[in-house]
Design a protein around this ligand. Structure first.
Ligand code: F6R
Ligand code: MG
Ligand code: MG
Length: 395
């Protein structure tokens, strides 16, 4: 049984994709829905602290056209700090050319507008000039999942600013593998079997599937190092997708510091998956992540409502927002601004205390990242002057 579970890789995706293809041929109304979030920093207002309302309006208009044209079923546009977030539903599956092109065109057009408005860092995440079918590796972040909508389908979209993609490792582990967080793992028979984690080796470029609770300690060996390994997807043991995150690391794509990666994550909830409250609970602890000022510091991840996703103290501390939707035949009913809740006041206070304590270290580690993780920042340029002849380490 155990071996069989391990041998299966990406079962849900393959199963649903073939089902979708078959359905598309035989009937106009395919059952599976795809939830896609594509995001990019195409310019900040003011500095890197937020997005300009005109940018959000243009993105909404373009996605509205996309919906009228039938490219997408529904959409919601928002921002987290300086990141433009395009939340879309459609019936075209993951990695779809039409969807990625639509998002790419929105980012390009908004970059043009950002240039006209002289916003800061216009086009910051647009690392390529020409679209080649898929935005992966071109700068924008992507998280997508395809599934058959259940009788009721609550989904949470988490979006962060001033942080690296590994920021979701701890919360995803706690939601789907830690019984001290998720009581459903203990008392709900439909969750008691555990979940499977697809882990991406950021530097090695491979994917590793691990099953919990059986391989819990092994999983922690890898994901306890979020600069190297990030959880990409979580599946039920049956193979059904439960959560997905963006794992693109801009510095590794560009080979130099071009802003932090500011990842997104989506989690399906309830009925055999973590309850909404179990998926939210990890954020009551503002865990330490890398990012913050110049992508070069450790700091606490502060859960905030959308109106407070404006990192200004030392360009931070890093923020996470969460939008909740109920899907209704692909329609995004919502959002509910999930961290707009006084029960996160203590987490925010703790985050501010930790931020304050860390700031007293100024340029000293461990507030500043270790040398190895500074390799892709602007520090090597300074080192080159200071220590001529020192070769920059490349993988
Ligand atoms: C971090 C971030 C900011 C900038 C900082 C310097 O993700 O976006 O902290 O790194 O404001 O920005 P530049 O180099 O663009 O002046
Ligand atoms: Mg920026
Ligand atoms: Mg950002």
């Amino acid at each position: 049984m155990k071996n069989r579970a391990r041998a299966i890789t990406r079962p849900a995706r393959a199963k649903i994709s073939s089902r979708t293809r078959a359905a598309a041929k035989s009937a106009p109304k395919a059952k599976a829905i795809t939830l896609s979030v594509l995001k990019a920093d195409i310019g900040g207002y003011v500095g890197h602290s937020a997005s300009h309302p005109e940018i959000l309006a243009r993105a909404s208009l373009m996605l509205d056209n996309g919906r009228s044209d039938g490219a997408i079923v529904d959409y919601h546009v928002t921002n987290c700090g300086d990141d433009l977030e395009l939340i879309m539903t459609h019936r075209r599956g993951t990695n779809n050319r039409v969807i990625h092109r639509l998002a790419w065109n929105v980012f390009l057009s908004c970059t043009e507008l950002a240039k006209e408005l002289k916003l800061y860092g216009a086009g910051q995440d647009m690392l390529s000039d020409a679209f080649s079918g898929n935005v992966k590796g071109m700068g924008p972040g992507v998280a997508e999942m395809e599934f058959v909508e259940r009788k009721s389908e609550p989904v949470l979209i988490f979006m962060a600013d001033k942080c690296a993609p590994g920021a979701w490792n701890l919360p995803l582990y706690r939601m789907f593998a830690d019984p001290f967080n998720t009581i459903g793992l203990v008392i709900d028979p439909s969750m008691h079997g555990g979940f499977k984690f697809e882990v991406h080796d950021l530097k090695g470029g491979r994917d590793i599937m691990m099953s919990c609770p059986e391989q819990m300690y092994d999983l922690l060996v890898l994901i306890g190092s979020p600069e190297n390994y990030v959880i990409k997807n979580v599946y039920r043991k049956s193979g059904e997708i439960a959560a997905a995150s963006s794992t693109q690391k801009l510095a590794l794509i560009a080979g130099r510091y071009v802003g932090k990666d500011d990842p997104v994550m989506m989690v399906r909830c309830q009925s055999g998956l973590p309850a909404v409250g179990e998926a939210m609970e990890p954020f009551a602890f503002p865990h330490m992540i890398s990012g913050w000022m110049r992508g070069s510091h450790y700091g606490p991840l502060m859960p905030v409502p959308h109106c407070q996703a404006t990192p200004t103290r030392f360009d931070g501390p890093p923020r996470v927002i969460c939008f909740g939707f109920q899907l209704n035949n692909g329609k995004l009913v919502g959002p509910r601004d999930m961290f707009d809740d006084p029960s996160y006041d203590l987490a925010r206070q703790k985050a501010n205390e930790v931020a304050d304590y860390l700031r007293r270290h100024g340029p000293f580690e461990p507030h500043r990242l270790g040398f190895q993780d500074m390799e892709y920042t602007t520090l090597p340029l300074v080192l080159a002057k200071l220590l001529p002849g020192r070769r920059r380490k490349r993988k």
